[in-house]
Design a protein around this ligand. Sequence first.
Ligand code: PLP
Length: 383
Amino acid sequence: MNDTLTAFAQAKIDELEAKSLRRTLKPTHRTDGVHVVRGGREYVSFSCNDYLGLSHHPRVKAAAIVAVEAYGVGSGASRLVTGDNPLLGQLEARLAALKGADAACVFGSGYLANSGIIPTFVGPQDVVIVDELAHACIWAGATLTGAPIVAFRHNDVADLEAKLAEHRGKARRALVATDGVFSMDGDMAPLDAISRACRAQDAWLLVDDAHGLGVLGGGAGTARLFPEAQIDLHMGTLSKAIGGYGAYVCASRPVVDLIKTRTRTVVYTTGLPPANAAAAIAALDVIECEPELVAAPVARARRLTGSLGLPEAQSAIVPVVLGEAERALEAAADLERQGLLAVAIRPPTVPAGTARLRLAFCALHSEDQVDQLAEAVRPWVGA
Ligand SMILES: *Cc1c(COP(=O)(O)O)cnc(C)c1O
């Protein structure tokens, strides 16, 4: 035991607590796509990314159970050793077909995917240009490159062009990275214009579509809404609408081949458990067969934005920005008293002064549940 370590941790926690920025875990039992039990009480949750309720879908669960019985619970090694269960390749073929790409590679998680992919293609002589609101794991991957990292203003293509003009010439190679749907704001990146800016300056484009897959573009994701966009690296996760765990990137065959031989978060990590791949394949089956289910989360989100006079939802995510962390916590507590779970999102997950309720809608929310949420949120937005 090292007392200075403990003292350091305690001081840091006290400092965060004083700023309403301390976070704590709360054991939560999700009983289906929308209901959770916490502290003995049941809530209707608007804080799950399980947009289609597939984490509890009978067909998806059954596929995972069959795979556990056949292959066990773990993959046993890195994929490059003995962890490459054939289900992983089957899942990759499905994802590549869905994205219209040649090939795909699956990962243990989205965080692992972005922190591994970006440094595979970018080094210290290059440049990474990132939307300022892109997900934390894009920044983690960018940091690992050793390259200069340049932020462009959120969804501002003119600023992206300016940053490319300023930095591209000095760099050997350039990678631009953005979310397809922004996780804390719910808006879409203008992928067609971003892609044009990248082509004009020979910059590669990575799109993280964690929140688009299964929800936008008939389930194929955000890129389907921008048919002109040329995306070099289609990254996304299996942990949101797909309902399970894991991630993927779809790209050309040589790009995927290089990832499979060099990306550290593929080589030096255990393969995705076979049951996760089986569940994801079953989830893609459901997405392909049930267009009404796929359309429902955005319809629910729009019902709320329409009711409160907020800008129309572009995805299953609606931010209700409240300002200071304390106010977001008070709003979340108020909703919680009414049986509604909408977790307050605070800095550093979002910029200072933009603490918010991040509302996420599931196909399984009833219209009545959405209306109840709207009435509970109304006093906080003054609508
Ligand atoms: C959730 C998320 C990730 C991380 O995915 P995990 O599989 O949860 O690690 C990456 N990018 C975005 C945009 C996300 O929302």
